[in-house]
Design a binder for this molecule. Structure first.
Ligand SMILES: [Zn+2]
Ligand SMILES: [Zn+2]
Length: 240
């Protein structure tokens, strides 16, 4: 736990001070239990990992206080999905909810809707010729989900599929032409276009197929000429 973190009981919140600004998690306490309600990280502290630091310090504090945890806050739930080492804090009946964060997505006209649950296996950007041509854009922001965590909730009969290769089945709405996702049967993963997922924070970790880039992205992330080795590529990286 960090020095500038505290449990401010008068205000019912855990607080983390950073350069005079306070990020916090509000809670309700009852004997032996705590419910984390809402997390706020002021925009001026954004993009610096402050949210993760606050999440970790908060859950460490819950552990130190020996309380059973309930979570109403989406941010903390997301954080716990990525940090399952805190799952043992959850009160009975809360376990399932921790894995059940759901994001909705829809096509351009709204006829087709889908949901994904949990967190993506990989997230990043693809610069391949096929994504460029298919999306009519220089870069595709992808989020790859296990096939069984993607569910069509509306308009299944309005979905059409096109595949140029057996690796990628590209799905779109027949009515509006809006692109939805690409199924990769060989990897048993589905790329749901990250831009479509409501409430989802894209946290890219890599650039794929940078060897065919149309634009350079100087974000310091690894740039694979094709794909990382664990996705079946050469694993070779290129400069920004
Ligand atoms: Zn549509
Ligand atoms: Zn691609």
């Amino acid at each position: 736990m960090t020095d500038n973190f505290r449990d401010h009981e008068d205000r019912n919140r855990f607080e983390l001070d950073v350069e005079g600004t306070t990020a916090f998690v509000t809670y309700r306490k009852s004997p032996g239990e705590i419910t984390l309600v809402h997390t706020e990280v002021p925009p001026e502290l954004g993009g610096r990992g402050i949210g993760s630091k606050l999440g970790r310090a908060t859950l460490d504090a819950v552990r130190a206080q020996g309380r059973k945890l309930r979570v109403e806050c989406d941010f903390i739930r997301n954080f716990m999905t990525k940090h399952p080492e805190y799952n043992d804090l959850l009160a009975p009946g809360e376990e399932q909810k921790a894995d059940a964060i759901t994001y909705k997505a829809g096509c351009f006209c709204g006829a087709v809707e889908l949901e994904v649950t949990g967190s993506p296996v990989f997230a990043g950007y693809c610069h391949c010729h096929d994504c460029q041509a298919w999306s009519a854009a220089p870069i595709n922001a992808f989020s790859l989900w296990k096939s069984d965590s993607v569910r069509i909730t509306r308009g299944e009969t309005d979905i059409a599929t096109f595949h140029k290769t057996k690796n990628s089945y590209r799905k779109f709405c027949k009515l509006c032409g809006g692109h939805l996702m690409t199924e990769h049967p060989r990897m048993r993963l589905i790329d749901v276009y990250a831009n479509l997922l409501q409430g989802y924070t894209h946290e890219p970790t890599l650039h794929a197929h940078y060897g065919s880039k149309m634009v350079s992205v100087r974000d310091g992330l690894p740039k694979y000429r094709d794909l990382p080795a664990d996705l079946g590529g050469s694993g070779e990286t290129l400069a920004d």
